[in-house]
Each structure stands twice: as structure tokens, then as C-alpha cells.
Design a protein around this ligand. Structure first.
Ligand code: MN
Length: 253
């Protein structure tokens, strides 16, 4: 039935001496060179996991590479199974930080939170009035605001008529089917946060408008880090830098 040009997908694991020998990066280069899409990731047990999709002939060529790997590798086992074609538009290395993120709690005219993700050397920013949530049933309004510099995103302290605390920070990883920053341009950005309070997969989806003041929704994906019924903003109000709440900072600047 297969025409050979219909995309097919495989997913699996490569075992052996496959980390620290350029296996992951060579797999990425090979897959991209073949026009395949998907992802490759080093696992904690020393193996390499991957998902690849595209035309059958090119997929067979990738599998031929995976059986051997780059010169310093030694492949002891290749376990690949047919998988669902998910519609990836690029081939990406997973499990590597894409940059820093920060969530600041900010009192200016109104009290709100600012989510900032490092993209292309600046911190793309969204004001989230109610703050983020770890409950996947909750969608929080997020208004895109002006980019910040990385320096501004590290600020905590008093400002005229207000203050800022660093409510959470860490690194993040871009996921999803579409490469960044195009994912942001199209209005659906999926990412994994690796912070002290916020962990796991989140999605930003644009609802209305373009550019500054566009309205998005921020939601936790239902994964192992989701906490249904929780209220992380109320339960963990303190700065991850100073241990102060924003109220404490405002009282004793
Ligand atoms: Mn703000």
C-alpha cells in the first residue's frame, strides 16, 4: 500500500558506547541531511533515544547509519519500532537547554507576574496577571510585553512605587513540532521548564492580536510534573533568590 513517499515514523533506542562519541550530534546531522524530522536525546542510562519520520527510503538510510554510528561509537543494540507520524517540521536535539527563563513578580500599576524566555539573545516576555499554574486544567491569560535584556531579567528589588522579586528561574528546553522562533511567530510554543517551582511541559498559545499586547494563554501540559488542584503562586510565594515575598520586600526596601 505504501507509495514510499508517504511519511512513516520509527521510534526507539540505541545501546552500546553511544554517548560521549558524537552519536547524538551525528544522528542529528544525518537525519537533517536526509530531510527527516523528529528528535534525538541522550538518556540517563547511557543510551540514545530517537524519533524519526519521513519517506521510507530516507528513513532506511538513517537506520543504516544508526546500526554503526560515528567512528568512535560501538552499537550493541538497536531497538526501533514503527511509530505514529506526529508532523514534526524539523529534526532537533532534545534534552539540551535552549536558554534561561525567569518569572518575576512585579508590582507596578498592578500586581502581576512576568514570564521571560531567552530567545535570540533577548528575553521574550509575557505579563501573566494571575501567575503560572501547575494545574493542567487551568489556562492563564498572558499578554506579550516588551523584550527585556538578560540583565533586567535578573533584577530583584524596590522600584519607584513598587518592586520586583525573582519568583522562579532556571533553564528551558524548546519542544513541539515546529522550530523556534517560528513557533512563536505562528503562535503555538511548547517548552519544558527546569526551574525550582515550575517544571515540566508548558504551552503558550496566541489567542488574539500580533506582537506587543497580543493575548496568549499559558497552560501546563499533563505530565509527571503537573499538580492538579494545586496553586503554586499561593503555596510558594517567596523569591528563589532572597527568600522574601514581594510584600516583605515592599515593607523593608
Ligand atoms: Mn511587569
Amino acid at each position: 500500500m505504501s507509495s514510499g513517499r508517504q511519511p512513516v515514523a520509527v521510534r526507539g533506542v540505541v545501546r552500546g558506547r553511544v554517548q560521549g562519541v558524537g552519536f547524538r550530534d551525528t544522528t542529528e546531522l544525518t537525519a537533517r541531511g536526509l530531510g527527516l524530522s523528529g528528535w534525538v536525546r541522550n538518556l540517563d542510562d547511557g543510551s540514545v533515544a530517537l524519533h524519526a519520520e519521513g519517506p521510507e527510503r530516507e528513513l532506511d538510510q538513517l537506520v543504516a547509519f544508526l546500526k554503526v554510528g560515528p567512528p568512535a561509537a560501538r552499537v550493541d543494540g538497536l531497538e526501533l519500532e514503527p511509530a505514529v507520524v506526529e508532523g514534526f517540521e524539523h529534526f532537533a536535539v532534545r534534552g539540551i537547554g535552549s536558554g534561561s527563563f525567569v518569572v518575576q513578580e512585579h508590582l507596578a500599576t498592578r500586581r502581576h507576574f512576568d514570564l521571560r524566555l531567552e530567545v535570540g539573545g533577548v528575553m521574550r516576555s509575557w505579563a501573566v496577571p494571575a501567575g503560572p499554574s501547575l494545574d493542567p486544567a487551568i489556562r492563564r491569560e498572558a499578554i506579550e510585553v516588551a523584550d527585556h535584556t538578560r540583565l533586567d531579567a535578573g533584577f530583584e528589588g524596590a522600584i519607584p512605587n513598587g518592586g520586583v522579586i525573582i519568583w522562579d528561574r532556571g533553564s528551558y528546553e524548546r519542544t513541539g513540532l515546529v522550530p523556534w522562533p517560528e513557533a512563536l511567530d505562528r503562535g503555538v510554543a511548547e517548552f519544558l521548564l527546569n526551574g525550582e517551582k515550575l517544571r515540566g511541559a508548558f504551552t503558550l498559545s496566541r489567542k488574539a492580536g500580533r506582537g506587543m499586547r497580543s493575548r496568549w494563554s499559558l497552560a501546563k501540559a499533563p505530565d509527571e510534573q503537573a499538580r492538579p488542584g494545586s496553586d503554586v503562586v499561593a503555596d510558594q510565594p517567596r523569591s528563589v533568590v532572597s527568600g522574601r515575598t514581594l510584600d516583605e520586600l515592599l515593607e523593608t526596601p
